[in-house]
Design a protein around this ligand. Structure first.
Ligand SMILES: C[S@@+](CC[C@H](N)C(=O)[O-])C[C@H]1O[C@@H](n2cnc3c(N)ncnc32)[C@H](O)[C@@H]1O
Length: 519
């Protein structure tokens, strides 16, 4: 048998050829570390997309087999330094500062100078001479940017000069630095939401506060949430809990409130707004328009057929439907404050077809009649659509949401669940042959790779742990999702989805619930 090292190298070579040939034939930019954001155009082509995933998985496996094990473990353990370094760059708007300096890049002393001046750090808080303070900040800046450059976030050259590249461009909101410094609370307004998504991932739940007439940044809880995982899993009071208010989130934030109630507090308006826009930013990468458009024959649903988006946030999932199917009447349901943000968003989209309904109230623990756990007011829906809501809840709560929809559904109502579907690292003998469920065709990675492409798709598996620490929720495998749906009386008829990088669109119809869970 061929040595693994050659098998992996061969896979890389073969698929690099496929990728480059596809790019050339379809006139896509060939990906390179020097190109910018759009060098991922090739992802539109499914065979190029697959080749790219195989290359990445093989390269990572190659690294794993030729690097000392203790070094790899240390690198994993120290991954938090990347989180910290990225946080500094996002908070100090370093990608924007470098952009404004021009394409030749900027020396770290100049970057530090601009950060320091903009942050008002010099003089007021430090008694040392200006130049000494600047040198200290410059040294921090250089070291932080160099660490990130190791992973191709920013490019260094000549020594000490840093430029933006494909990865650091993703940190750029596109806004003027002056605007970001004078109006930090508006940082994510009118942006794609991608940087907002990054902020959420490192978990700065407290963002800007006004202190002595100055906007100041406050602490980040994200790394604390993950580092409290062990404490949460071993705390005898909560370790067996599946409740949304007994998670690492409450532990770290010192609150009894579940996450949704917390961000609905009046003082947390900015956090909520950022969360909502971040959902849109996330969808841009994880939920291509084609998925929702193809998962059902929307045009056959008839004039004014009702599509109800449950926990729809600002309703971004509905944009492709609103744009393509004027026959549909789209109803977005969420908590009042989110509906308010959504209404502003939709007015900007100039869509007249969307009816933002003030249906739900966030405080589900006490006001059960007005939330996703209560009675569903729309009784004649053609489609209930629910995107990235079930993963916020443990099975017991997710079942209650699904049963409420089941009770309001007609025999013809379809349910579309858009969620990540996780996959074991080995082959799943029941589901991978594609015969069990129509449309489900998971293409396992070729041997000797991990069947689910290993850490190439790790963000989805990390999202699962984010759900655990924030909500006691979870992202599910196909088997777990199928069980959850059938227990709630929904039977999968079709799945539209390729792999766990994108949300799968799971179409289900009503049947008898398998278990007798009461609302
Ligand atoms: C992860 S977000 C998903 C938003 C949207 N579906 C999307 O994909 O962009 C979950 C949504 O559930 C909503 N939600 C949470 N608890 C709710 C409740 N009790 N009733 C109604 N909506 C709720 C939140 O406000 C939030 O907008």
């Amino acid at each position: 048998m061929q040595e693994e090292i050659f098998q992996l190298s061969q896979l890389i070579l073969t698929h690099a050829n496929t990728l480059v040939e596809t790019c050339k034939s379809q006139k896509f930019e060939v990906p390179s570390s020097h190109s910018l954001h759009n060098s991922q155009q090739f992802r539109q082509d499914s065979s190029a997309n697959l080749s790219a995933d195989i290359i990445t998985t093989a390269a990572l496996q190659l690294i794993t087999i030729i690097t000392p094990g203790n070094e790899l473990i240390l690198s994993l353990l120290n991954g938090h330094y990347y989180t910290a370094a990225l946080r500094v760059c996002i908070k100090l708007n370093i990608a924007e500062i470098i952009r404004e300096g021009g394409s030749q890049g900027m020396h770290f002393t100049e970057i530090a100078n601009r950060c320091a001046i903009d942050e008002g750090k010099l003089g007021s808080i430090d008694q040392r001479p200006y130049s000494l303070v600047l040198l200290t900040i410059a040294s921090f800046t250089e070291r932080i940017l160099r660490l990130l450059s190791l992973r191709h976030v920013f490019r260094e050259g000549p020594p000490g000069v840093f430029s933006n590249n494909r990865l650091s461009e993703a940190l750029d909101t596109g806004k003027a630095v002056h605007e970001l410094n004078t109006k930090p609370e508006s940082k994510h307004r009118n942006t794609s939401g991608e940087v907002a998504m990054f902020e959420i991932r490192y978990g700065s739940l407290h963002i800007y506060i006004r202190f002595k007439f100055q906007w100041q940044l406050t602490r980040s809880e994200g790394p604390k949430l993950s580092s409290s995982l062990f404490e949460t899993l071993t705390d005898s009071r909560i370790k067996l809990s599946d409740k949304p208010n007994e998670t690492a989130f409450q532990h770290v934030m010192g609150t009894q409130m579940p996450f949704w109630e917390y961000i609905d507090q009046p003082r947390n308006e900015l956090i909520r707004y950022r969360f909502n826009i971040a959902m849109r930013g996330w969808a841009m990468n994880n939920d291509p328009e084609s998925s929702i458009l193809r998962c059902l024959d929307w045009h056959t649903l008839g004039q004014d057929a009702k599509v109800v988006d449950i926990g729809g946030g600002i309703g971004s999932a509905m944009i492709p439907l609103a744009n393509n199917f004027p026959n549909l009447q789209i109803i977005i349901e969420d908590v009042p404050a989110v509906i308010k943000d959504g209404t502003t968003f939709w007015n900007a989209q100039r869509s007249q077809k969307v009816i933002a309904k003030l249906v739900y109230d966030c405080n589900f623990l006490t006001r059960t009649e007005c939330n996703i756990f209560g009675e569903q007011p729309v009784k004649d829906a053609a489609v209930f659509h629910i995107r990235r809501v079930l993963h916020n809840w443990s099975d017991r709560y997710a079942k209650r949401i699904l049963l409420a929809l089941h009770q309001a559904a007609t025999p013809k109502t379809k349910l579309v669940v858009a969620e990540l579907l996780l996959h074991p690292t080995c082959v799943d003998p029941i589901n991978d042959n594609g015969t069990e469920i129509s449309g489900y065709q998971y293409k396992c990675a070729p041997k000797p790779l991990l069947a689910n492409y290993g850490s190439t798709h790790e963000v989805s598996y990390m999202t699962d742990l984010t759900m655990l620490t924030l909500f006691n929720g979870q992202d599910r495998t196909l088997a777990a999702m199928q069980r959850l749906l059938e227990d709630s009386g929904w039977y999968i008829t079709h799945i539209y989805g390729e792999n766990e990088r994108h949300l799968a669109h799971i179409v289900a119809e009503r049947g008898p619930p398998k278990t007798s869970v009461k609302l």
